[in-house]
Design a protein around this ligand. Sequence first.
Ligand code: NDP
Length: 325
Amino acid sequence: MSSKAIRIHAHGGPEVLSWEDVPTPEPGPGEVLLHHEAIGLNYIDVYFRNGLYKISSLPATIGMEGAGTIWAVGPGVTGLAAGDRVAYAGGPIGAYATERVIAADRVVRLPDEIDFTTAAAMMLQGMTAQYLIRRTYRVRAGETILVHAAAGGVGLILCQWAKHLGVRVLGVVSTEEKAEVARAHGAADVIVGNADIADQVRKLTQGAMVPVVYDSVGRETFMSSLDCLAPLGLMVSYGNASGPVPPFELAVLAAKGSLYVTRPTLATYIASRQDLLAVANDLFDVVLTGAVQIRVNQTFKLADAAAAHQALEARRTTGSTVLIP
Ligand code: NDP
C-alpha cells in the first residue's frame, strides 16, 4: 500500500517541501497506524524545515501534530482499536503525511464534539498555552501579563484562556488588523510594533510592570521583554520566530530586578502519559465549554504545504492553520 507525504531532502526555504509517494508504514510493537484527516501547521515546522532544529537523517517528513482515525494497531497495544478517533502533538516529526505510525501512548482519544480540523489546530498550540499559564507560571485572577504574537496560533488561545481565568492580557502584534483580532479574543490592550514596548507597558500598568512575559518572538524582543518585568518577574522565552536569542550577560537579570528566565518546551511538560492526559483534558474542557474558541483562519491542502509555510513566515496568518491531506 502506498501513502503520500511531504518530505524534505535538504534544509532550506519552503521550496524544499516535496509531495511524494511513500510506502504506508506498518505499526510496530506499541504503535498505531494513523490515517490523518487533518494536520496542524506550527512554527516549529519552519525550524525543522530550515535547519534551525536539526533532523538526524534526511529525507524526512516534518510535522508534529495531527488528528485522524486509527487504521491498525501493533502488537501489545491495548485500549485503542481500528476506527478510534484520536489526535496528538509533539515529536517525533512525521505528521505531514496521509498516514503515519506513532507510539500508542502519545495519542489521545478525541471527544465526539471536537472535529478533526479543530483537533489538528489545537493540540500543539493549546497544550502549549495550557502549560505556559497553568504550570510554567500559574497565572492568577487580577494579574496583568504580556503576550507576544498575540494574534497567532498560540497567542489567540493564550489570550482567551488567560482572560477566562480573570487575567488582564496585554498583547503585542505587528499590525492594526492583528490588534483587532487579539482584542476580539480577550486581549485587554494591544501594543502594535516592537518599538517602545516597555514604555507602553509602563503606561498601561501605571509603572507596576508585569509578573510574567510570554515571548515567542525571540531575538528581536528578548531584551525589551526583560524591561517589561516587575522585580522578581519571570521571562518565559518559548519561541524564536525572529531568530534564536543570542547569549547574554547573566548579571543583566540582577540589574533589572532579580529576574527569572525559563526556556520551556512542550515536550517536557507532556513527557509522561499522565501529564499528557492532564494537559489534553484541561484543554478539551475549555474548548468544550466555549471558554476558548479555536480559530482555524487558514486551511491549505497538505500538498500545498509550501504555500502554508510562506504565509506563516511572512506573518500573513492569524490564529491556527490546518493542512488537509
Ligand atoms: P504564530 O501563529 O504565532 O506565528 C508566528 C508569529 O510570530 C507571527 O504571526 C508574527 O506575529 C510573530 N513574529 C514576530 N516576529 C516574526 C518574524 N521575524 N518572523 C515571523 N513571525 C514573527 O505561530 P505558532 O502559534 O505556531 O507559534 C508561536 C511561537 O510559539 C513560535 O515561536 C513557536 O516556535 C513557539 N512555540 C513554542 C512551543 C514551546 O513549547 N516552546 C510550542 C508551540 C509554539 P506578528 O506579525 O503579530 O508579530
